[in-house]
Design a protein around this ligand. Structure first.
Ligand code: ATP
Ligand code: MG
Length: 261
């Protein structure tokens, strides 16, 4: 990608694809990750590759929930770590919550590889100057973000096999879980355990999007950058969150893309 001109109209999409290809070559991602990414890209194209107002509202709401939860956890799969790992580490540093590597197609090698990558990302983020709004020692806050997932000592009730495994100290006892790119079944299982589940999913019709407590219909790396601004400057949200209304709004944006012709 070294020869990709800055002005290329599909630059950020091509760079994201390359991250997925590189992650796959390194054995960090399951084979189906490219299919999941491609499905996401298609919806993002229809959205105009931008954060809609309703997605921005959802991000604001998730920021408030992350800050007010007792045991918030960010759960990350391979695509999330590769595309948005650094941004989510910044969010976790501000919120003071752990990040758990939790994979649908779980193998010890991939969990280990993704935890190593997150450690590298954490080291690099700790060296940054940190956001101006952050009060305190940025390096210390970043270094204290716990990275969980290697100890699968808890089973999510209602699921079978390796995809039911998680860490007790993370998702197991968490009351609010931010799970970008979650699978529909697991989202349902976590909800039925009484947890609040916030997801980032470009497909407003997926079971995940429809089951979650709050769905951010936006691209994971874009949404994670906005989420950082929101946890740094939280705004009070009035009233109940209407997730179906937010999903309908994003679908409307997609169908309105006919006006771009
Ligand atoms: P369901 O939730 O109905 O079970 P699924 O499990 O079949 O859906 P997956 O195969 O898990 O869906 O696909 C991954 C989901 O993540 C898709 O809905 C896709 O739109 C979304 N997605 C993929 N890449 C991104 C991305 N970069 N940002 C946000 N969402 C993404
Ligand atoms: Mg899904």
């Amino acid at each position: 990608m070294a020869d990709l001109p800055e002005s290329h109209p599909r630059r950020s999409s091509l760079l994201a694809r390359q991250k997925i290809v590189d992650g796959t070559k390194k054995g960090l991602l399951a084979d189906s990750s490219m299919i999941a990414h491609g499905r996401g890209e298609a919806f993002d194209y229809l959205l105009g590759e931008r954060t809609t107002d309703s997605a921005a509202m959802a991000i604001r709401h998730v920021a408030t929930l992350l800050i007010s939860a007792e045991r918030p956890v960010i759960s990350a799969n391979g695509n999330t770590v590769v595309l948005a790992g650094e941004s989510l580490i910044r969010v976790a540093a501000v919120v003071g919550c752990p990040i758990e590597v939790n994979l649908y197609y779980r193998t010890p090698e991939r969990v280990f590889g993704l935890l190593s990558l997150l450690q590298e990302q954490r080291d690099s983020v700790a060296e940054e100057k940190g956001p101006s709004e952050f009060k305190g020692d940025w390096g210390k806050a970043v270094r204290s973000v716990r990275l969980l997932g290697d100890e699968a000592d808890f089973r999510i009730e209602g699921l079978e096999g390796p995809r039911s495994l998680c860490t007790e100290d993370g998702i197991g006892l968490g009351d609010l879980i931010l799970v970008p790119l979650e699978d529909g079944d697991r989202c349902e299982a976590l909800i039925s355990l009484g947890k609040q589940v916030c997801v980032i999913d470009l497909n407003p019709l997926s079971r995940t999007a429809r089951t979650a407590s709050v769905t951010i219909v936006d691209e994971v790396s874009r949404a994670s950058i906005s989420l950082l601004s929101e946890v740094l400057n939280p705004t009070k949200i009035e009233g109940e969150w209407d997730n179906d209304a937010a999903l309908r709004d994003s679908l409307k944006h997609m169908s309105n893309s006919i006006d771009r012709l």
